[in-house]
Design a protein around this ligand. Structure first.
Ligand SMILES: C[S@@+](CC[C@H](N)C(=O)[O-])C[C@H]1O[C@@H](n2cnc3c(N)ncnc32)[C@H](O)[C@@H]1O
Length: 243
């Protein structure tokens, strides 16, 4: 993707947050522009051509805004040839327990309410968190906020909700990674605090343990490093329900 197109994508996806206030806007712009995850999910064509998506722990809905902006640029004939076409969103349900994030997401995505639904719910207790029909579940930098039993139960529920060929995209930390992992968790704690959470306890696993858990649930799993710079130890797990 050319820098011009990346800038257009960043501008469009962030602009949606202006009505939600300066914090929402600057947070969106900083994270969408600085976290390689958003660029890579499109560059690698990680989503199928068309998908119903459930985003667990969606925060202020950045993934939805990013995918919608990409879809619009593509429909407007402004997509660069070297990247695969972005996915066509058939619907996206975002679920988050934080009322302030939910309010910011709803405000920013209000014009797309026919396609995007943001629910306040707890994915640990599954209260208010039913998935509906889904092809891709995303859970990005969220699972370590859930205790180990809740991690297993939500992943079991994801597996049950997905059809054959369905995908789970989970970005997790790798607790075997030493200093980079400790830096990642320090940043997560600082960001959680800045976003109005109490300092949470984090429940970390090694990347091997995440993969074993997902394979035990019947997923076929591939992992690739996807940190925010070399000093961070995040991994994107692409877990597919066998066809
Ligand atoms: C680091 S943020 C990531 C937000 C979003 N996935 C993103 O990439 O921008 C973690 C999010 O997980 C949410 N979260 C943590 N525990 C949760 C739970 N039990 N149920 C729902 N959301 C939860 C938090 O409220 C927060 O918005």
């Amino acid at each position: 993707m050319s820098d011009t197109l990346f800038r257009a994508l960043l501008d469009a996806a962030s602009a949606a947050y202006r009505p939600a206030g300066p914090f929402a806007y600057h947070f969106a712009r900083g994270k969408l522009g600085g976290d390689p995850l958003f660029r890579k999910v499109l560059q690698r064509g990680m989503f199928p051509a068309a998908a119903r998506v459930v985003d667990l722990g969606c925060g202020q809905g950045l993934l939805a805004s990013w995918l919608l902006a990409a879809q619009r640029l593509h429909e407007g004939g402004r997509w660069a040839g070297e990247w695969p076409a972005p996915p066509k969103l058939l619907g996206l349900r975002g679920i988050d327990r934080n009322p302030r994030d939910v309010a910011r997401a709803r405000r920013a995505l209000a014009e797309d309410a026919a396609l995007v639904e943001i629910r306040q719910g707890d994915i640990a207790t599954l209260e208010g968190a039913d998935f509906g029909p889904v092809d891709v579940v995303t859970v990005l930098d969220v699972l370590h906020y859930l205790d180990f039993a809740a991690q297993e139960s939500v992943l079991r529920k994801v597996r049950a909700a997905l059809p054959a060929g369905g995908l789970l995209l989970a970005r997790v930390g790798d607790s075997d990674a030493g200093l980079p992992h400790r830096l990642s968790t320090a940043v997560d704690l600082a960001v959680a605090f800045a976003r109005g959470h109490r300092l949470p306890r984090l429940y970390c696993r090694s990347s091997r343990s995440w993969i074993a858990l997902l394979e035990g649930l019947g997923f076929s799993v591939q992992g690739e490093p996807m940190g925010r710079g070399k000093s961070f130890a995040n991994v994107m797990l692409v877990a597919q329900v066998p066809l």
